[in-house]
Design a protein around this ligand. Sequence first.
Ligand code: HEM
Length: 455
Amino acid sequence: KTPAKKIPAGNRGIPVIGETIQFMAAINSNKGFYDFVKIRRLKYGNCFKTNIIGQTHVFISSTEAAKKILSNEGGNFTKRYIKSIAKLVGDQSLLCASHQQHKLIRSHLSSLFSTTSLSTMVRQFDELTVNNLSNWHKKSSIIILHEALKITLEAICKMLMSLEDKKELEMLHKDIGLIYEAMLSFPLRLPWTRFYKGLQARKRIMNLLDKILEARRKSKEKYDDFLDYLLIKDDQIIQLTNEQIKDNILTMIIAGQDTTASAITWMVKYLDDNPKALKNLRAEQQALQQKVSCKAYLTYEDLNCMPYASKVVKESLRMASIVPWFPRMALQDCEIEGFTIKKGWNINVDAKSVHFDPMIFHDPHKFIPSRFDDDSKPYSFLAFGMGGRTCLGLHLARAMMLVFVYRLTTSYRWKVLDSDESIEKWTLFSRLKSGCPIHVTSIEEERDSPNASKT
Ligand code: HEM
């Protein structure tokens, strides 16, 4: 006899409103919105049910469930974001497009992330990082998050559409910030709401992209960027429409800037907390510096000579779990690990809890890069998702983190000035509220004056 199916436990809250208020309270607290999930998982176990903004949400946390849902072999699930996110990124965005549209857009976009474009990106990102870091020792403090947001945005905009105009970049920076703040807000279009301000910011960005697209279509010049590739006329390939191009350029900025900058910030903090790991890392990076010192900038191949730094990056991503869960919707009634999942329910893969499962990662709250010396269990490292919706920018994100950490560890020693671990409110991706302020001392100056401190 087959065992009876279970309905996930949980509190559906009060009629209509469900647990929306508790969810919003978590977003608005300095523990971050994941706290909503954490509290319920501790109470109900690895699979629980709740109701947010009129919808049933199940959260599930295990490598087996992650495999079943993310590999989606039975075609039981589709990706689904809450309404406010869908409106802000646009309905042609890769994040929200229908299954068929997604296939078409993803195939266009993934061809852009070739080894050749990654090599160009590494060179460009390194140049931006070197310039940005060059005067840090002259300042009393540096907020890592702010600097990382600046360089990741500049790098991504150059890669996508050769946008380098400082004024336009500044405007874009502000508007992308407004969109982030609106992503988790209640979708009310009233002029004083975060959601409305986010939509206005989206409009301004669309106008800028219209201008860039129009100029590009008229231009005879060759740009070596994503936009040029997307506009190439080829009868064999179905072309993307203007709307598809614009929504997906915005999507790549949104998906790439904040995530990578937050990951860099967490990495700097974890290294400051773990002097032994930092010492190992610095030794590796300084040895590499000796080898590559004849070149002005790092190459993509140089990143292969950073085995320890690669594990530092991976461990930082595990602990930070920047995207804590992955939202999907059940397309039909199905069963996962003995639990009944009804058609139309949202089912979220709780990646953060897999990352902190002591049965998978020993001492999960400790920063131990060497844990990745051996291959990890399938579907246990989920920082970039898995399956057909895996992060498109994962190699780029890793490369940016490696370049950044190389430049930081070979140029400076640093001390974090504020150890507050609060999470910033209203952000979709987990961000340190302090932004990780640091004070740096130059390693080069230290060499020149042997009595300088070596903290
Ligand atoms: C450390 C930085 C990053 C992290 C942690 C990250 C994480 C993720 C995760 C977890 C997903 C999948 C979510 C799901 O399955 O529901 C995703 C999707 C995506 N990411 Fe990233 N990402 C990062 C950087 C980037 C960068 C730099 C880009 C591009 C410039 C990018 C572009 C995308 C896109 C386009 C998708 C949607 C793919 C699809 O739905 O087919 N990401 N990312």
